[in-house]
Design a protein around this ligand. Structure first.
Ligand code: AMP
Length: 282
């Protein structure tokens, strides 16, 4: 496995591979790998001849006051883990390689970016869409892999790739969870043991929604209320939102129909956690 720091070198490696008829897959990440990241890499390894992981803690997707400086980092550990699942290249640029001082172009995915997490993180999805567009140009892979754990991010990236005609096939990979049900996240490292227990309430609330849907409930109001009640019993968790929406444009639904995403965000201690589930409803 090779670590690449320069954009030009990264692009020419991928172009050469493609010229030789190889299938290239890219897995964009911010590092500090866990099983969720490894699952994306394994999936890419199965589908593709060449696997590129990008590892870049993208400053433009952090809003002022967020955890950019504290975001966990351990490149040596990440290198070992990626090599262990057969990754070929890690693209790990410095911030000034990605954003020269004079750069001033942004990608804005309107509508989807302002709701849900976008409401409390203004500019976050603009940062995400811009860096992913850049990464698709620097690593011109035929396939890209993203986690369904970040459901809104996946919807924003799918929209951006379709609207800007990026010739890349995007695969959403199901969320990897701890045995407790907690969705794996690099930010779980911020949690104390007690907070880890409280944090399980996010997935428990989604499981309750699944149960209600399974028993025929279709009212978003009833499902949201049942989920909110569960959080009232866990004072360590400060709920930010529960969204019940379609999976494409993230428009709120009153009645569950078609492909529905139920997503939520909450603060637990120092961490802001998100989770979601997607349901196919007839
Ligand atoms: P991050 O490094 O947190 O930006 O995540 C990089 C990629 O890994 C994104 O596409 C995430 O959606 C995905 N990811 C993060 N956590 C998980 C998880 N628990 N299960 C599956 N994918 C995940």
């Amino acid at each position: 496995m090779e670590l690449i720091k320069e954009k030009d070198r990264m692009r020419s490696i991928v172009e050469d591979a493609r010229a030789r008829g190889l299938m290239v897959g890219v897995v964009p990440t911010m590092g500090y790998f866990h099983e969720g990241h490894l699952e994306l890499m394994r999936r890419a390894r199965v589908d593709c001849d060449v696997v590129v992981v990008t590892l870049f803690v993208n400053p433009t997707q952090f809003t002022p006051g967020e955890d950019l400086a504290d975001y966990p980092r351990d490149l040596d550990r990440d290198k070992e883990m990626a090599a262990g699942v057969g990754v070929d290249y890690i693209f790990n640029p410095e911030a000034d390689e990605m954003y020269p001082e004079e750069s001033c172009t942004h990608v804005e995915v309107e509508g989807l970016s302002e709701v849900m997490c976008g409401a409390s993180r203004p500019g976050h999805f603009r940062g995400v869409a811009t860096v992913v567009a850049k990464l698709f140009n620097i690593v011109p892979a035929q396939r890209a892999y993203f986690g369904m754990k970040d459901g809104q991010q996946l919807a924003v990236i799918r929209r951006m790739a379709a609207d800007l005609d990026f010739p890349v096939e995007i695969t959403g990979v199901p969320t990897i969870r701890e045995d407790s049900g907690l969705a794996m996240s690099s930010r779980n490292t911020y949690l104390t043991d007690e907070e880890l227990e409280d944090a399980v309430s996010l997935s428990t609330a989604l499981a309750r929604a699944a149960e209600l849907i399974g028993s025929g409930e279709r009212s978003a109001r009833v499902i949201r209320r049942a989920m909110e009640e569960m959080f009232e019993a866990v004072p360590g968790v400060i709920l930010e939102y529960i969204a019940i929406c379609d999976n494409i444009l993230l428009q709120p639904l009153e009645e569950l129909k078609g492909t529905v995403m139920i997503a939520l965000a909450a603060r637990v201690g120092k961490a802001r956690l998100i989770d979601n589930m997607v349901f196919e409803i007839e």
